[in-house]
Design a protein around this ligand. Sequence first.
Ligand code: HDE
Length: 715
Amino acid sequence: MADADSPSNTNSLHHHAPGAGSVTPQSVNGAAGELHQNVPAKADHKDGTSHLTDNFGHRISDNQNSLRAGERGPTLLEDFILREKIFHFDHERIPERIVHARGTGAHGVFECTKAIPELTKASIFQKAGGTCPVFVRFSTVAGGAGSIDTPRDVRGFAVKLYTESGNWDLVGNNIPVFFIQDAIKFPDLVHSVKMEADRGYPQAASAHDTFWDFVGLMPETMHMIMWAMSDRAIPRSFRMMEGFGVHSFRFINAKGEGRFVKFHWKPVLGIESTTWDEAVKIAGADPDFHRRDLFEAIDAGDFPQWDLGVQIFDEAWASRQPYDVLDATKLIPEEEIPVEIIGRMTLNRNVDNFFAETEQVAFLPTNIIPGIDFTNDPLLQGRLFSYLDTQKSRLGTTNFHQIPINAPKCPFHNFQRDGLMQTLVPTGRANYEPNSLAEAGENGGPRACPETGFTSFEANAERNDPTEKLRVRAELFADHYSQARLFYRSQTENEQAHIASALVFELSKVQLDHVRSRVVSRLRNIDENLAKRVAAGLAIEMPEKAKAAKVPIDMKPSDALSIQKQAKQTLAGRKVGILFAEGSDKAAIDKLKGDIEKAGGSAFLVAPKVGGIKVKGGTLKADGQLAGSPSVLFDAVASILMPDQAEKLTKDGAAVQWFMDAFGHCKTIAHCNGTKVILEKANVEPDEGVVPIESFMNVGVKRHWAREPKVRDLA
Ligand code: HDE
């Protein structure tokens, strides 16, 4: 409970104005009617705290005791202070997002680095150096708001750009394709992956009957399944993921010419993933692993960045491809259409309040600006309806756009009025249009502008006949396997083994035999060898090959699809755990820490006790206690120990596991001579990634994948 004297009584509600909207809560309330709860309170007491009040400004004299009839009597109904406090608390939660419930957000800035007026008239791309504020929310998809950060799952990558022409929301994922082709299947997909309806589990896991039952019956999921079973679905950090707009969108230039565009976010820190064993252990060691990682990086001034890239193509090019660009289960290989970088996003400010900003942020794929338009992708079309609808249900009002995180930072004016939780106070009589009030000297309100207002691209270029009403899929949507094969065959041997093993793991959790077999029968269309590995891993008979609606073709493998083929050798943004104990050499620890930090990484000191222990050269505090700081939390480990302390640690399971896991997860292990006794106990065998402390900076942070067959039996 809060102490009556504690500074926690300070009213510190900050309020960020929604910007220069001509009608904003600020302007309508005016200086005199300022919302006092929205400004940091002035100090009223000697200790610097301000008066505690209820929501209507009444000062509170006692925040510890409710009002009672006598010392041991019942509580009185007239205690409006108690009632208001508990009433408000009882209603603190709003419905969590039906998908993407678990997530975390941050503010930042987007800068256009290359003007592309020939492609789009979108204001943000007219001038190199032009900037706008952004808010980004990263998320998992299947789990509830309180679930872990590291399940095997797709990650949401939703960006809200507050441009001068209004908000542009690019609501994407860290995987460039999707499970389904048509919005009408989305509720089925989500029902199947979420907790099973009768038993209420498993939470945040796709490894169960209903999901794989759906997958086995819906071959269009196969391409996305390859991605979801790959290491992309167990990212090391939000800062080290790619982001994709997924659908084909449209760019329109000032002449009205339209081209297709696919959006890509490329992380400056490179793409990095965990291993499955690591992801599972991180879930226990730190369920908030990803949100903590993002928060701490931004807090430390180590701002994550992504380059925005575009793939541009036209109708003629699209019509020559063996797939349909309106099909969200297909990607466009970067080797076919290169990704051209046109901007950079930097996340540089954590939220002040998680609920007000991250929980209440409402992304809308319908938020686009002149110069950008939708296409007829049937999945995108469904999303255009869904998000507005969902916000009304989550935030309870059509006025959710007035919440500061959702409001545009450019002026907005229209004749929409009233509604639940209206915070704007428009003046005058003009709440309809046309009106001629201006002729009488009154403010007649805003008017539409055909020149600068949003206009839709003429859809006639898209090979459709708008007079037909059909429930069909276009012919090329029937090829479900060619790109799944492209993805699988573009991976390194080691990445292929991860995919096969992930399939074995997930299907092992499936209890219905026919579901397992059906999935394997589909894999045969992707790659016979993959199907064989999975069948052998499950110890089931190879089922007959599933009939493919369209016989898959072989596409040219693409290196851009593999994480390992484009791995960045860098310490930037990476975290190294340094283990020390009593008597360790402080100078050696300081030197290593300094070198790591100079190279852009961070060092985290781990010791059996945290408060400060005697080392050679002084006393040293640890950042984390050994049992609470397993090596799965670091990208590489180092240890500087005196032999007697190392000997003692061989009896501590946490210490032995520290090295065993670092070795098992193919990380660099830098050690001093003293540590050798624990390394032996942990079965750490010498290899190019197990090095003396002095060589750490030469080897750096990387995964020594050649070690993997020694430590893990992969499918
Ligand atoms: Fe979403 N999706 N989605 N989705 N989605 C939501 O909107 C939906 C799809 C994505 O951080 C919901 O505000 C339908 C594809 C992200 O707040 C909901 C369909 C992609 C986020 C919804 C899709 C996404 C959402 C839930 C099929 C990748 C989190 C809460 C037609 C391109 C945004 C909300 C955040 C959230 C519906 C498919 C990405 C229910 C109907 C494809 C990143 O409206």
